[in-house]
Design a protein. Structure first.
Length: 248
């Protein structure tokens, strides 16, 4: 049985004050659900949000990390720094990072390795462009991204990873993949994991859908057989919407 996971990706939104106010508003309304709740917040708010969720089962995630433990990488943050403040998750390879910050399948793989080394669970993002979807390349592109990201990851380790299937054309656009489309690609990803690690392991790995998930469509998406959760950008910024998402 895979525990559903709803994660908010705040991207570059909210000051520390706004972030802690958000947690105060939601924290009593997301407990007691059979859903793992994660808030992936900007670096500056990580420590404050970690303190604000103390005593609840809300987990805290970062949105990126470097693949080295330390070094001359101006402006970067390492997994050891995140671990020091008890960060549970880190989004890795989000399409915005691939698009604007030149992340590649190789750097994504290195980041997955270092995150696992420091007991931070990666939320590994993959997804196709509109052009690739129109050319019928979705399955191939997504499977290839997953394979490359999981290079030299063991069967034991892969269970700690959450994969987020996020079609790029659906992110922040208001266009959602239909629940069936999301399920189809997530099924393909699970098949890929089965090829690499076998049936038992593939049934344990959680795979989310992301891309314009909102309170009005979350239930139908979550009801799909292979969909284990949602990675939510825009709609996760509003406390009332976030509570509705978690209580789908
Ligand atoms: P969105 O973003 O929900 O605003 O489409 C999702 C994401 O980028 O993770």
């Amino acid at each position: 049985m895979r525990l559903p996971i709803i994660a908010g990706n705040w991207k570059m939104h909210k000051t520390i004050k706004e972030a802690t106010e958000f947690v105060d508003k939601i924290k009593d309304q997301v407990v007691g659900t059979d859903v793992e709740v994660v808030l992936c917040v900007p670096y500056t708010s990580l420590e404050a949000v970690k303190k604000a969720v103390d005593g609840t089962n809300i987990k805290v995630g970062a949105q990126n990390m470097h693949w080295e433990e330390n070094g001359a990488y101006t402006g970067e943050i390492s997994s050891t720094m995140l671990r020091e403040i008890g960060i549970d998750y880190c989004i890795i390879g989000h399409s915005e990072r691939r698009q604007y910050f030149n992340e590649t399948d190789e750097t994504v793989n290195k980041k997955v390795h270092i995150a696992l080394k420091h007991k931070i669970n990666p939320i590994l993002c993959v997804g196709e462009t509109l052009e690739q979807r129109e050319k019928n390349e979705t399955d191939h592109v997504v499977k290839n991204q997953v394979m490359k990201a999981l290079k030299d990851i063991s069967a034991q380790q892969v269970k700690e990873i959450v994969i987020a299937y996020e079609p790029i054309w659906a992110i922040g656009t208001g266009k959602t993949a239909t629940p069936q489309e999301a399920n189809e690609v997530i099924f393909i990803i699970r098949e890929g994991i089965k090829e690499l690690y076998g049936e038992d392991i593939c049934l344990e790995v959680r795979i989310q859908y992301g891309g314009s998930v909102k309170p009005s469509n979350v239930e139908e998406i979550m009801n799909q057989e292979d969909v284990d959760g949602a990675l939510v950008g825009g709609a996760s910024l509003d406390p009332e919407d976030f509570v509705k998402l978690v209580n789908f």
